[in-house]
Design a binder for this molecule. Sequence first.
Ligand code: SF4
Length: 237
Amino acid sequence: MSTTEISPVTAASAGFEPEELALISQGFETAAPSSIVAWAVEHFGDDIILASSFQDVVLIDLAVSVKPDLEVLFLDTQYHFAETLWFVEEVRTRYDLNLTVVKPLAVPDNRWQLDVGGCCQVRKVEPLERGLAGKLAWLTGLQRDDAPTRANTPIVAWDEARQMVKVNPLATWTADDLAAYTIERELPVHPLAERGYPSIGCWPCTRPVAPGEDPRSGRWAGLGKTECGLHVPASSD
Ligand code: SF4
């Protein structure tokens, strides 16, 4: 039986050194998100994937305007709100999305009641790694104003944890920018967004927030957890 050796992806094999990516990121500080997406598509072609929680569709709308067949990744944790699963299908149909849905290897259980870190690892982090496998770059909807932990999010960086380039075209946009774009483009809106859920994750770990409250305070409320592990800070964060 023959075996094939797979070379690990490195910054160099993705076409850039980390220092070069940092300079590119700085150059994009005042760029429109659509130009950043266009740069990413030009450099990575079919080797880039967009990971979306489907909380909103701003990045999807921007990205498929540049590359209509761009692969979009959705992690089905098996604990999403029914509204989220409905919304994913609405958006898939509207854009004729090239959508990949990745599920956990584990069956539903009660781990979210006992060990939220382990639950996120099994239902989000490991499935993300499978979804990103073989790609050179990923696009995310991270914004600096999401939370203090994301305040230094670069626009482009070498993602050391995933060993690939990470592109965050909306890093400099605020929630108001997203809202304005949504209205201007008449985009579909997640049904829970108008019911007090500015940040939407799994149903056991998401509650609505009051007006003026930190938008992400409804995630893992009272558990001292703010991130699920999908977004590990880059070295330039
Ligand atoms: S957000 Fe909650 S339910 Fe979802 S994977 Fe993490 S711990 Fe589990």
